[in-house]
Design a protein around this ligand. Sequence first.
Ligand code: SF4
Ligand code: FES
Length: 291
Amino acid sequence: MAERAHGAVETGIVTVTVRVSRFHPETDRSSGQQDYLVPAGPGMTVLDALVYIKEHLDGSLAYRSSCRMGICGSCGMFISGLPRLACQTQIRALGPVVTVEPLPNYPVVRDVVPDLEPMVTHHTAVRPFIVRGGEEQEYPTAEYLQTPVELDAYLQFAYCIKCGICLSACPTLATDPAFAGPQALAQVYRYSADSRDDGRRARLGAVDIAHGIWRCHLAGACTEACPKGVDPALAIQLLKRLIVADVLGIGRRRGPAPVAPPDMQAQRRPDIPAAPPATVPGGSGAQKNQP
Ligand code: SF4
Ligand code: FES
């Protein structure tokens, strides 16, 4: 219908006005807008339109992208009133005028490039990796045993690509910039629910604080906005349950999954060369465990 309203289905090209936020921190006090007329063919994404503008109309436009396929999480923008991935958003579906602004709730680096540092800071603070005690952490010897049911407990939360879109949709973060935010909280649950992990207690303590998990009022905007189908709002509620159970001393789980026993029948294939020497002085795990 939108295509017919534009009246250019016959040629396959419609002209879309792309209204882009412009902001240069060294010369501008506040952001302005600039319109560009972009010929949009079938299948053109908002990111394609920005590439067109930069290559043909205005080389000074700044935006961030990389994979162009919804994998890297670089191209989060506020497009026609919603936070979305520019490379996953069809421009012709948005009507004749499309607005492109930087993601809300972040400082702006330039034009439509947000500074994702607030998300990265919270993400790294919650130790988003498998924590194991002792030597196994530094020098892993084998895979950890995990059943399909144990995998299901956290799998959907592992699909996060760290695009930061959920933070830009979050009403709590809009009023409390110190709030940990849905991305980091979802990752706390993702790793704490992983049967291979032994770092749950430290992680829960890091978010059971003033600007932590209890600031979430379950608006659910993060889940609606997530372009990867992750459900951060669900993760946060499950995390609240974990914390309460931990405080009450109920529902304790077994210890972390054991390392798989060595396969006594395994033999090295003669056509596979030995691992290269360690690049870090003192030896890597690969070198240490090499037969
Ligand atoms: S949870 Fe979704 S919206 Fe939030 S950072 Fe991860 S992929 Fe992006
Ligand atoms: S460019 Fe990688 S997610 Fe859009």
